[in-house]
Design a binder for this molecule. Structure first.
Ligand SMILES: *Cc1c(COP(=O)(O)O)cnc(C)c1O
Length: 361
């Protein structure tokens, strides 16, 4: 068995200790004689798995008791529809467009109402986070929508928008559990698990209880109502049971490694290895404004697309996989989520230095 350094943006690297534990428990989960995959979600054993996952997540993020934690399915993309279906009153909301995923959310919201764009960084290829300290919030807006970390462009909000009293909704998919987060600033935080937390398909929603009282839009499917899931402990139907179990193992891994303050420090040190190198390299350049840089997705390029391609090819052969940037941006992207070890980033930088030398710099 040989594991490589996997810089995929998602589905992405998971902690090796978690994968090993899942493997050990695969055939016989704690003496039950069966895999979690084969287990009734109504069994006592599974109830304990999901309860512990929720309790551990609450510990990690210090989630107040007036917020519900939901483990749903449909990935991140289903939330683009669930948000307007469940939170609309006036059928208009304010969107901050900082990249591909916020744009998708906005486009989906147009099916259900008349959302507005109140800020955007499209003018510079989403290479920065716009000033959100004094936005033209619409008086009728049902909520303000943001995407915390822009997976494709490699930017991250460093402070949260002033919503002037409106509910803030945050797609935190690619920064979730990479650092502490003040849950009380948001009405709803949601995160697709596949970026930093677990298998694709699972999506975690943290929603303030009073928002569950809002009347959903007519024709909202039962399965797309937060309230239904909250009332049924995320088990209105069969949940993505195995995926939730793996998320739970990741939560325990985070807790045993010092929780979110510790992982934040680790992530900062890790990202600095790469950014510091990029800042002095004559061949590779970071593509994002310094004060908007993501700790999770590091985008960079050379000026020559043929050199980029050659670099990606040689890197892959040397055991650094999935460094190709998103098809819409070109260049390179190294996703260095929680589970990417420091050594992986150091090894990548060593490889980049060698490549740079060989290219006459
Ligand atoms: C990946 C991603 C999504 C979409 O998630 P799916 O699970 O593919 O539906 C949404 N938002 C962000 C920020 C993402 O990185």
């Amino acid at each position: 068995m040989k594991r490589i350094y996997n810089f995929s943006a998602g589905p992405a690297v998971l902690p090796e200790a978690v994968l090993k534990q899942a493997a050990e428990e695969m055939l016989d989960y704690k003496g039950s004689g069966m895999s979690v995959m084969e287990m009734s979600h109504r069994s006592k054993t599974y109830q304990q798995i999901i309860d512990e996952a929720e309790a551990d997540l609450r510990t990690l993020l210090d989630i107040p008791s007036n917020y519900k934690v939901l483990f749903l399915q449909g990935g991140g993309t289903t939330q683009f529809a669930m948000v307007p279906m469940n939170l609309s009153k006036n059928k208009t909301a304010d969107y901050i467009i900082t990249g591909h995923w916020a744009q998708k959310a906005y486009d989906e919201a147009k099916i259900y109402g008349d959302p507005k764009i109140i800020a955007s960084s499209k003018d510079k290829m989403f290479s920065y986070i716009p000033d959100v300290s004094d936005l033209p919030i619409n008086p009728d807006a049902d909520y303000v929508y943001m995407c915390d970390n822009n997976t494709i462009y490699g930017t991250k909000f460093k402070s949260y928008p002033n919503t002037k009293g409106k509910i803030l909704v945050n797609d935190a998919s690619s920064s979730f559990l990479s650092e502490p987060m003040d849950v009380t600033k948001f009405g709803l935080i949601w995160a697709g698990a596949q970026k930093n937390v677990g298998p694709a398909g699972v999506v975690i929603c943290i929603i303030r209880e009073d928002l569950l009282q809002n009347e959903v839009l007519p024709f909202t499917p039962t399965l797309l109502q937060y309230k239904i899931h909250a009332e049924n402990g995320s088990m209105y139907n069969t949940p993505p049971a195995y995926g939730i179990y793996v998320c739970g193992l990741v939560f325990k891994w985070l807790i045993s490694n010092g929780g979110l303050p510790a992982i934040k420090k680790y992530n900062e040190t890790k990202a600095a290895i790469l950014y510091d190198y990029l800042d002095q390299s004559k061949l590779f350049k970071g593509t994002v404004e310094k004060n908007s840089r993501s700790l999770m997705n590091v985008c960079f390029r050379t000026e020559d697309e043929a050199v980029n391609e050659q670099f990606i090819k040689l890197a892959k052969a040397a055991g650094f996989d999935n460094l190709k940037g998103h098809r819409t941006t070109g260049g390179m992207r190294a996703s260095i989520y929680n589970a990417m070890p420091m050594e992986g980033v150091q090894a990548l930088v060593d490889f980049m230095k060698k490549f740079e030398q060989e290219h006459g710099h």
